[in-house]
Design a protein around this ligand. Structure first.
Ligand SMILES: Nc1ncnc2c1ncn2[C@@H]1O[C@H](COP(=O)(O)OP(=O)(O)OP(=O)(O)O)[C@@H](O)[C@H]1O
Ligand SMILES: [Mg+2]
Length: 316
């Protein structure tokens, strides 16, 4: 597991150690520990009010933890880290009267880029985000999604070592969501580490290498996507002549369809800890004839529901 252990923390680009954040009597984040290793895409997942934004703000020194320790890029969070971190805040906000290209160049310059390099990178990003014909528009005249893309460009302009993106997909149409997914994948390929928050599991499914799942300020899961899926019982669809409910590793078998020739299709759930391979072996040993054997991998959506509960999920 990535969270604890000195070695991991030493190599981490972002780490939380027993971090608690209280607002008055209310505890928004409870003793949260995790570590993000350098490279790759890390998903910060949880329902509304889970503590994602609060945690990201603490990593950026916008908020201070009540207890615990945070390290970003090997240091305690401070404004000095700003040049190496690209941040997309939850509350979007740019200067409404500034033109699109000037805005992105301005952020590049703030982060220490030379004017020529900032302009080149800004133009490339605006082209990529389909805003090449809007470079001279004031930001205030753009649609919400377009303004969001400009803000994303300000986060990406200097190819920072760490990208912290709070709900980067919200407000984007499907075409722009795909463009952003590609931009995130490319950033990670080009040596940035990307941490993004979402409660839309499909993005996490496609993008994340590892994920942290928060519910009401507490960590409920931390690990790889495969580890997350393995936390749920395996499910299979079988076509057999006998009812698989009699097999020891099966916890539930539901008849879906009976064929005229004696074969029937079942949906089967295995007991926790049982593997599909075990079931196949038992079937072979017991002469339990199978005509089909399909494993259904749990989706992250199901993992989310399993850990966080259906009432927490909001799909935008
Ligand atoms: N400044 C504040 N004062 C008081 N409570 C706060 C403050 N900021 C956040 N909270 C509370 O902390 C909890 C976590 O909020 P946070 O914004 O971190 O959630 P989130 O996971 O980002 O949710 P969402 O998906 O809705 O953006 C919420 O209950 C929220 O009301
Ligand atoms: Mg939030």
């Amino acid at each position: 597991m990535p969270a604890e252990g000195g070695d991991n923390l030493n190599r981490a680009i972002l780490s939380f150690e027993s971090v608690t954040k209280r607002f008055g009597d209310f505890t928004a984040v409870h003793e949260l520990s995790f570590a993000v290793q350098e490279g790759g895409v890390f998903g910060f997942l949880g329902g509304n009010g889970a503590g994602k934004t609060t945690s990201l703000r603490m990593a950026l020194d916008i908020l201070r933890p009540s207890e615990g320790r945070i390290e970003v890029l090997g240091r305690i969070p401070s404004r000095e880290n700003a040049a190496e971190i690209g941040f997309l805040p939850e509350e979007r906000g740019l200067y409404r009267n500034m033109k699109v290209l000037d805005t992105v160049v301005y952020f590049g310059r703030l982060k220490g880029m030379e004017p020529g390099a900032a302009r080149k990178s800004a133009l490339e990003l605006l082209e990529r985000f389909g805003l090449a014909d809007r470079t001279k528009s004031p930001v205030g005249k753009l649609s919400k999604g377009m303004a969001q893309k400009v803000q994303l460009a300000t986060a990406l302009v200097n190819s920072p070592r760490l990208l912290l993106l709070d709900e980067p997909f919200s407000g984007l149409d499907p075409v722009n969501q795909t463009i952003l997914e590609d931009a995130i994948t490319d950033a990670a390929r080009n040596a940035s580490t990307v941490v993004f928050s979402t409660h839309v599991m499909q993005h996490a499914e496609r993008l994340c290498d590892r994920l942290l799942l928060l519910a009401q300020g507490r960590k409920v899961f931390d690990g790889t996507k495969d580890e997350a899926r393995a936390a749920l019982p395996s499910r299979l669809t079988l076509t057999s002549r006998l009812d698989p409910a009699s097999l020891p590793s099966v916890s539930e078998a539901r008849l879906v369809w009976s064929h005229d020739d004696g074969w029937a299709e079942y949906q089967v759930e295995l007991r926790p800890g049982s593997e599909p391979g075990e079931l196949l072996e038992t079937c072979t040993q017991q002469g339990f004839a199978l005509r089909s054997f399909d494993i259904t991998r749990p989706t992250l959506h199901e993992v989310f529901i399993h850990f966080v509960g259906a009432e927490q999920e909001i799909v935008r």
